[in-house]
Structure formats: structure tokens, C-alpha cells
Design a protein around this ligand. Structure first.
Ligand SMILES: Cc1cc2nc3c(=O)[nH]c(=O)nc-3n(C[C@H](O)[C@H](O)[C@H](O)COP(=O)(O)OP(=O)(O)OC[C@H]3O[C@@H](n4cnc5c(N)ncnc54)[C@H](O)[C@@H]3O)c2cc1C
Length: 555
């Protein structure tokens, strides 16, 4: 933890050195001693310390300095660090001015120069001041801080990214805490830069204005550049299927890289409680499953990159991927485990307010912000049911909107039972959202009721959409064969009328999980005909590694 600071200011360098030496020898073990030879420089320094979230215990300033005297400096410094103790260093001739400052300018003490011996003329009084300061001192947060506003889509995207990558951070909503004195002081210290939200402040004192996930990823040590440009096995997508393939591939000796554009865990990472995964009788959260799998993969030496793969091509035995930052990586075996992404809800106002009250998926970041509010969940599948159960812990009321007449045909019975037993969850059947309203954030939704034909307009501050998902595989379109909805064809699905796929060269049929391009495999939800479950994704990811060994033995 960073030590609190003792700051002395004196334009006379000999005096400054002497006071720093005496402070350091007595208090150096518990405090960081800093000196400045100008009050203006010291004020700039204090602003930087404020932005870094450092604590200042003592400000000690010489009274006689050109351009700004000690009293004026201490008064300005008080605006930045109001709880720091303030003391003046004065010559005998300035005693009256110093007494006056104690009475009228909130100065705590004054010391006469010279203060020798310090054990008599400096330390006893400073001990008193510092004891007093320590009594109300609360250590400040030392990690990453994000300043933003709840309804800003950019802020939401960044917070969601940090949360899903399990990067601890402290969030300050600058609108909600506009009257909080500490937030005000921080914004003043940042000056005009504070307008570039989200502002990300790092413990080393650096900051990112209008921070975006890719820049923050680099800064917090999530790897965005590969260690080499060739791997035996490259996996695109870090959901359950990709993670399983990574663990099995690397544990069986393959030099493996896994490339994930958001955060390991995929859709499962958004699940608040997976109750049907073997070996976890009380269920486990998707975030927990992902965290364990990442540790396991890293233990076997898997390299994890935070990047999006945007293109692929085959050149002889090499499968070459193009990444979002323009760089390329090649491999012998490529596994596509990119899962599915939420289907968009088509209605006026939805796109405009996405990230500002309207969210696709679990919105782990938002659950807490929904405290005491009315939340709408759109969709009738298990993912919607799990989310409703999660939001019910915080929200005053959760309303599930479904088009059909019940949840029976779309949701597992255990979830239907849990929902029935949760008094603040309400089911609204025959209902579909026809419009979202609000200027800067969601305020109301219009709901079309198919049984009455009427449209109701109701207040809503948050709406979470779970209406099924589709693969995003356009980047593979000219290389890998897909079905009409974009799912990737593998193994027997590629054999038509007994014929192997066009351009196929090996003297064998495609392996069970292999696509029409030898050495490119597809597993998990992205695969045509797959069972959309965590366990089946994990199963496919691990089984595919066996085929990859067979493939690699002949490359
Ligand atoms: C809220 C919710 C709750 C669920 N609950 C359960 C449950 O209780 N039990 C159960 O069995 N199943 C559950 N499921 C389904 C289960 O999570 C999925 O079947 C499973 O996650 C599929 O795994 P996957 O690895 O194939 O794909 P995904 O989990 O979709 O992961 C794919 C990953 O690939 C990444 N990606 C995509 N394109 C690219 C690209 N071009 N470059 C780099 N990365 C890319 C994505 O960011 C994503 O992280 C739930 C799903 C949801 C959404």
C-alpha cells in the first residue's frame, strides 16, 4: 500500500534539504517525504497526487516565498487535500503573521527556523499533528478507477469488459456523485480532461481519456500481441469450447494460443448460475467457471490474446489469421469456437438506447445499479430465467416479457419453479416490445399485447434482452462452408451424395469436427447441429484435440 505523504515547500534549497532530511529520518518508515522548491510546482504536484488517489498527511511551507507566501499556498492546497495537516516554517520576525494565520487561515501550527534540535522543536509537535491525522485517516483505494456516467454506452462497454476480465476497479458515477466533495476535488484536479469520459486512472498515475477496452487491456497486462507468429494450434474464441480445447491441446504438448476478443468465458461467463454442469451440485457462476478454466489453461502454457480475428486463409499447410489490429498469426491447426451472439431486437429506439438502459445479455455490471428499480427481461429461455433470478436480488420488481402464453416450452422446469417462488418476479405473457422511449437513457417501453391487440406504455429504467442468438461468421464466409444461418458445417454434414467437399485434397473424409478446409475445426455453439450447452461445448473442444493430433501427424 502506498505510504501517505509529507510535503514540504521552500524556495531556499538548503532549508528544503534540511527539513526533508529531518522528516525522513524520523518518519520515513511510515510516510513518503517529498519536497518542492516552489509553491506553484507544489500545487501542480498535489493535483497529480489527487488524481493518483494518494493521501497527503502534512503540508509544511515556508512563509516567505516569492510570488506566493506560505499561508496562501496552504490555503490553496487545502482545496485539494482538505484533511492534510498544515504548518508554516517562519522566521522570528514573522511570528505575528503566523499566529494570525492560525487564527484566521486554518493553519494548524507554525515552526520557527532554525528548529534544532528537531527532537525538541520539531518532532513533538509533528507527532501530535500526525497522530491527529491518523485518527481519521482511511487508506484510499489503490487500484484502477473509472470515472463515467451510468447511461453512457462507452462507459458501460468498458465496465463490462473490466468485469468480465475480472479486473478489479472502482467506479465513480460523476453525475450521481456530483455533490460529493471528494469527487469534485478529483474533477477539479483533472481539469478539462475530466470531460473525456470514461476517464481511467491507473495506480501508477497514468490515465486514459475516453478509455476503450483495447487500450485498457494493454495497460492492465492483458496480452494483445502474440509471443511468436506461429503456433501448432490456434483457437479462436474463449468460451467453454475454446477453453476446453486450450486445456486439452496444451496439456497434450501442443504449442497453443487462444484468441478472445472480449473476455474468456463466452456466453457462459454471462450466466449468473449454471446448475446443470456435472460435478457442481449447487451450481456455479459462469464467471467462476471461466476463471478456473483460464488458470488451468495458463498452467499448461496456453497463451491468451485479447484480440478479434477478422479473417482467415489457407496457404499450403499453414492456416493464417488476420487480427483486428492488422497483424497476422499462422498455425497448422485452427479451431473455430466463436459461439453465438445475441440476436438484435428490432423495434424503434432499441439501437439508440443500447448501453443506456437497454442491454443484450446478463449485464453483470448493471445488476447492482438496478437496486430498487423496475427491470424488464425480454425472452423466455433459460438465459432469461437465470438473469431474472439474478436481478430479483437487487431490483424492486423484475418483469419477464414473453410472446407465448407461458414459459413451459422454452425454459427448464427448475427455473420456472424458482421464478414462481420469487415474489418480485412477474411474468407478462403475450407481450412483445414495440418501442423504447427516452432522450439520453431508457425511460419507458411500449409493449404490444397480442391477446388484446392493445399497446401499453410503461415506465422502465432497464431492459435486458435474451431473444436467442446467431453466429457471427461472415469473416469466414469465402473460406469455410456455412449453413443458411451462418453455422459452420463439419464432418458428415459436408458429405453430399457421397462426395467430399469441393477442393478437398486429403485421402480421407473430413474428421467429425473438421470443416471443409483440412486442419480448420469448429466446435461448440458455432457448429451446425451442436447442442447449445456448456457441457457439450466442453466435450467438443476436448474431443476435437484428438482429431487435431491425427491431422498434425500428416501435415
Ligand atoms: C445467460 C446464459 C446462461 C446460460 N446458462 C446455461 C446453463 O445453465 N447451462 C448450460 O449448459 N448452458 C447455458 N448457456 C449456454 C452456454 O453458455 C453456451 O452453450 C456455451 O457458452 C457455448 O460455448 P462456446 O464456447 O461454443 O461459445 P461462447 O460461449 O459463445 O464463446 C464464444 C467466444 O468467442 C468469442 N469470439 C467470437 N467471435 C470472435 C472473433 N472473431 N475473434 C475472437 N473471439 C471471438 C466471443 O467473444 C466468445 O467469448 C447459457 C447461455 C447464456 C447466454
Amino acid at each position: 500500500m502506498a505510504k501517505p505523504i509529507l510535503l514540504s515547500v521552500d524556495d531556499d534549497s538548503d532549508v528544503l534539504r534540511a527539513i526533508e532530511r529531518d522528516l525522513r529520518s524520523q518518519y520515513g518508515a511510515e510516510y513518503r517525504v517529498i519536497g518542492s522548491d516552489s509553491p506553484e510546482g507544489a500545487l501542480d504536484l498535489l493535483k497529480q497526487l489527487k488524481v493518483r488517489n494518494d493521501s497527503v498527511a502534512l503540508l509544511l511551507a515556508d512563509q516567505r516565498m516569492p510570488r506566493m507566501d506560505g499561508v496562501e499556498f496552504l490555503q490553496q492546497a487545502m482545496g485539494i487535500f482538505p484533511s492534510a495537516k498544515r504548518a508554516l516554517l517562519t522566521a522570528y520576525a514573522d511570528t505575528n503573521a503566523a499566529i494570525n494565520a492560525i487564527n484566521h487561515a486554518s493553519i494548524n501550527f507554525f515552526f520557527l527556523k532554525p528548529w534544532d534540535p528537531p527532537a525538541e522543536h520539531l518532532y513533538p509537535q509533528l507527532d501530535d499533528l500526525l497522530d491527529d491525522w491518523q485518527a481519521s485517516y482511511r487508506p484510499t483505494f489503490q487500484g484502477i478507477r473509472v470515472l463515467g456516467t451510468r447511461w453512457s454506452p462507452k462507459c458501460y462497454e468498458l465496465r463490462d469488459f473490466l468485469a468480465r476480465n475480472r479486473v478489479p476497479y472502482q467506479w465513480t458515477d460523476v453525475e450521481l456523485s456530483a455533490n460529493d466533495p471528494d469527487t469534485k476535488r478529483l474533477l477539479e484536479a483533472l481539469g478539462p480532461e475530466a470531460a473525456n469520459l470514461p476517464v481511467v486512472l491507473f495506480p501508477d498515475g497514468t490515465k486514459l481519456l475516453e478509455g476503450v477496452p483495447a487500450d485498457v487491456a494493454q495497460k492492465v497486462g492483458l496480452r494483445t500481441r502474440a509471443q511468436t507468429n506461429f503456433y501448432e494450434l490456434a483457437i479462436v474464441g474463449g468460451g467453454p469450447a475454446g477453453l476446453a480445447a486450450a486445456v486439452y491441446g496444451a496439456s497434450e504438448g501442443l504449442h497453443t494460443v487462444m484468441i478472445e476478443r472480449e473476455a474468456p468465458g463466452g456466453q457462459a461467463g454471462m450466466s449468473s448460475r449454471i446448475e446443470n454442469y456435472l460435478g457442481f451440485p449447487t451450481g456455479l457462476s459462469g464467471a467462476d467457471l471461466a476463471r478456473r478454466a483460464v488458470v488451468q489453461a495458463q498452467r499448461f502454457g496456453v497463451e491468451i490474446l485479447t484480440q478479434e480475428v477478422v479473417g482467415v486463409r489457407a496457404e499450403g499447410p499453414y492456416r493464417i489469421m488476420k487480427l483486428g489490429d492488422g497483424t497476422e498469426l499462422s498455425c497448422h491447426a485452427l479451431m473455430i469456437a466463436t459461439g453465438v451472439q445475441w440476436r438484435r431486437l428490432e423495434a424503434p429506439g432499441i439501437d439508440r438506447l443500447q448501453g443506456a438502459g437497454i442491454y443484450y445479455g446478463g449485464g453483470a455490471t448493471e445488476a447492482l445499479s438496478c437496486k430498487g428499480e423496475v427491470v424488464y427481461v425480454v425472452g423466455g429461455a433459460n438465459s432469461a430465467g437465470q438473469a431474472a433470478m439474478n436481478f430479483a436480488k437487487y431490483a424492486e420488481r423484475v418483469i419477464i416479457l414473453v410472446r407465448g402464453e407461458s414459459l413451459a416450452s422454452t425454459m427448464s422446469q427448475y427455473l420456472i419453479d424458482q421464478i414462481k417462488e420469487t415474489p418480485n418476479i412477474q411474468l407478462w405473457t403475450h407481450a412483445s416490445v414495440s418501442e423504447a422511449h427516452g432522450e439520453t437513457h431508457l425511460e419507458e417501453i411500449s409493449v404490444l399485447c397480442s391477446d388484446t391487440g392493445k399497446t401499453e406504455r410503461v415506465p422502465a429504467s432497464a431492459m435486458f434482452i435474451f431473444i436467442g442468438a446467431l453466429p457471427q461468421t461472415d469473416w469466414l464466409a469465402s473460406v469455410v462452408e456455412r449453413d443458411e444461418r451462418g453455422f459452420l458445417l463439419t464432418g458428415p454434414d459436408l458429405i453430399r451424395d457421397g462426395q467430399r467437399p469441393k477442393g478437398w485434397t486429403p485421402d480421407r473424409d473430413p474428421f467429425l469436427l473438421e470443416t471443409n478446409v483440412p486442419g480448420i475445426f469448429a466446435v461448440g455453439d458455432v457448429r451446425h447441429g451442436s447442442i447449445k450447452r456448456v457441457a457439450s461445448g466442453v466435450g467438443e473442444g476436448s474431443v476435437a484435440v484428438q482429431f487435431i493430433h491425427q491431422y498434425l501427424s500428416k501435415v
